[in-house]
Design a protein around this ligand. Sequence first.
Ligand code: ADP
Ligand code: ADP
Length: 230
Amino acid sequence: MNVVVLLGAPGAGKGTQAPLLATRLGIPAIATGDLFRAAVRDGTALGQEARRYMDAGQLVPDEITVRLLLDRLERPDATAGVILDGFPRTGVQAEALDRALAERAARVGAVVLVDVPADELVRRLSGRWICRAAGHPYHETFSPPRVAGVCDIDGSELYQRVDDRPDTIRARMDQQLGALAEVIDHYRTAGLLRTVDGLQGIDLVAEAIDAALAEAGIRPAGVPGEHVTG
Ligand code: ADP
Ligand code: ADP
């Protein structure tokens, strides 16, 4: 099982890169933010609980988040491997993931930190639009869709997240960057952390991620031009 963790602050570009990487590696990308937004949309008890934290820019408690992610890892499409986008986000989550993978005789294979300075994060989040169907991200200036308001990939409608409003963006930075530092330390200590410059264009970031993964022995499975859907 190939487990790749994409790390980065809110707005670093994880959600942009994860589906592209999923296509290249032929394994699914799992974003806990998308799982939470789906639960909110479906009106489940978990969604109602998570929403209180998400709307305030806070992290959802570890217990709920770990359970959500581990349930998702049980699905059959995750057997060959997964790309994790937005999990783990605390030291406790990182340790829970290590334990759960060890029970499956697996482990995290590579961790790539997409590094972007704080002022750029704010610019990116405040211009972000995502699609209703799958959370594919766009940016009104840096990465516009081909047709305004419509997802290039699945044709669904684009909208702006309530937590991408300026005051919530600030709250997310204040509340979440400390925990991200814990996660970075966890993987640095484990010798798994590789950092790429996230300030480059989307294609160059993708190339840098591939180079970082190649160093860890993880390479695209498909032949060039072949698209394997996650
Ligand atoms: P994250 O999932 O890490 O929060 P996203 O992938 O949603 O980040 O990206 C945040 C915003 O920045 C989106 O509007 C996206 O279109 C834009 N973006 C992503 N990567 C880049 C990049 N390399 N250069 C400029 N804008 C980018
Ligand atoms: P971003 O694009 O800013 O990185 P996400 O879509 O990944 O945001 O997450 C949206 C919100 O969902 C977070 O602000 C947080 O409230 C919640 N969330 C997502 N993943 C986690 C996690 N691993 N732990 C705790 N909360 C999470």
